[in-house]
Design a protein around this ligand. Structure first.
Ligand SMILES: NC(=O)c1ccc[n+]([C@@H]2O[C@H](COP(=O)([O-])OP(=O)(O)OC[C@H]3O[C@@H](n4cnc5c(N)ncnc54)[C@H](O)[C@@H]3O)[C@@H](O)[C@H]2O)c1
Length: 341
């Protein structure tokens, strides 16, 4: 299946299909120097599969985890590309999850003011969400995604076969981002989470989530309007992530819990059940003050308020201007854990 992202001269295709990793050379221009960016947790066979299709490729491996979305990891990639003589005609390929995709995309966007970037996402989260749309970033001074660019890939290749090596928790983590899209845009997709078997229907979920995201990004590349709806759960989710990632909580899980603070009671009950079905512990406790501080440093904050995305009915959303006091109250309500039982 080919899903187009229509952005004028920045348009590109997302190719989705089992086994595509093995035939990437038919879809990518690999007749040049290629920097394959991956991390230590991604099975080496995926990066090697790409390297073996190239004439001159260098695999650059960063440590796994969010810490690699850093200026020092960026520096390491840029130094290697410079040392190996990469020019503007060469390219960068991300082979990994959202961390690798965000970092590699950022490196591609700034090296010599921009070289071609291909994304081959290998986690559910990156396949349903982060690999398309062109947001690249690293974290800085404890603030998530604060240094970055909008830089569209030239092609995205999604092979669900690579998910076979992923842990169930990482699969669930990615499904949380698809649940976010279902909650706000697609009640039929929500039904798969609520009444179906999301793990058994993962290929269908990936395709539907990609179609939703491609459609939204095509309408609003730089997030001045409808694309903000994809931030449902994220302002508070990023706040929770900043205080709980040290305890091993994952991005999608934090976003999932963040959604619970931004919906009607009815939607909250239904979302909670869907999250529990994905194995997410919705009863966490956390330091609300610290999470609030992190949330208001989020890019979605505008001085004394945030543009919050509310979901009052499944399959729909609305934007609201939420002042910091209200945001804080919602974060405090969430932070006691037991209230959510
Ligand atoms: N750019 C965007 O639009 C966007 C959207 C959502 C999230 N994000 C970012 O994505 C990041 C989270 O991405 P993620 O959840 O993919 O995490 P991740 O990239 O850290 O990957 C999770 C773990 O899985 C391992 N892994 C990757 N592929 C594997 C495979 N096929 N088999 C076995 N292990 C594998 C990785 O080594 C890592 O340890 C966050 O930094 C978040 O901010 C970006």
């Amino acid at each position: 299946m080919i899903i187009p992202v229509n952005l004028g001269i920045n348009s590109y295709d997302v190719a989705v299909g089992k086994g595509l990793l093995e035939s990437c050379d038919k879809m990518l221009d690999l007749d040049r120097k290629v920097a394959v960016i991956t991390d230590e947790g991604v099975p080496t066979e995926y990066g090697m599969a790409i390297k073996n299709m190239c004439g001159e490729a260098y695999i650059i491996t960063v440590p796994q985890g969010e810490e690699s979305k850093s200026l020092s990891a960026l520096e390491m990639i840029i130094s290697t590309m410079l040392e190996k003589g990469f020019t503007r005609q060469d390219c960068v390929i991300a082979v990994g999850g959202g961390v690798v995709g965000d970092l590699a995309g950022f490196a591609a966007s700034v090296y010599m003011r921009g070289v071609d970037f291909y994304n081959i996402p290998t986690t559910v989260l990156s396949q349903v969400d982060s690999s398309i749309g062109g947001k690249t970033a690293v974290n800085f001074n404890g603030v998530k995604n604060i240094v970055g660019t909008f830089y569209q890939p030239k092609k995205v290749i999604i092979d669900p076969d690579v998910l076979k090596t992923l842990t169930k928790r990482q699969i669930s983590n990615g499904l949380c981002e698809a649940l976010k899209m279902a909650s706000t845009f697609d009640k039929e997709l929500f039904d798969v989470f609520e009444n179906g078997d999301p793990y058994g229907r993962i290929d269908e979920i990936i395709e539907k989530a990609l179609q939703i995201k491609a459609n939204i990004v095509s309408q609003d590349e730089k997030e001045s309007g409808i694309r903000k709806a994809l931030n449902f759960g994220h302002t508070i989710g990023h706040g929770i992530e900043s205080v709980k990632s040290g305890d091993g909580m994952l991005h999608g899980e934090c976003v999932g819990i963040g959604m619970l603070a931004m919906c009607s009671d009815n939607v909250k009950d239904r979302l909670k059940s869907a999250l529990k079905k994905l194995g997410v512990n919705v009863n966490i406790t956390f330091d609300a003050e610290k999470a609030f501080d992190a949330a208001i440093h989020d890019k979605k904050s505008q001085g004394s308020y945030v543009t919050a995305v509310l979901c009052e009915e499944i399959g729909s959303f609305k934007f609201t201007r939420m002042d910091f006091d209200e945001l804080k109250r919602r974060i405090y309500d969430l932070s006691h854990g037991g209230d959510l039982n």
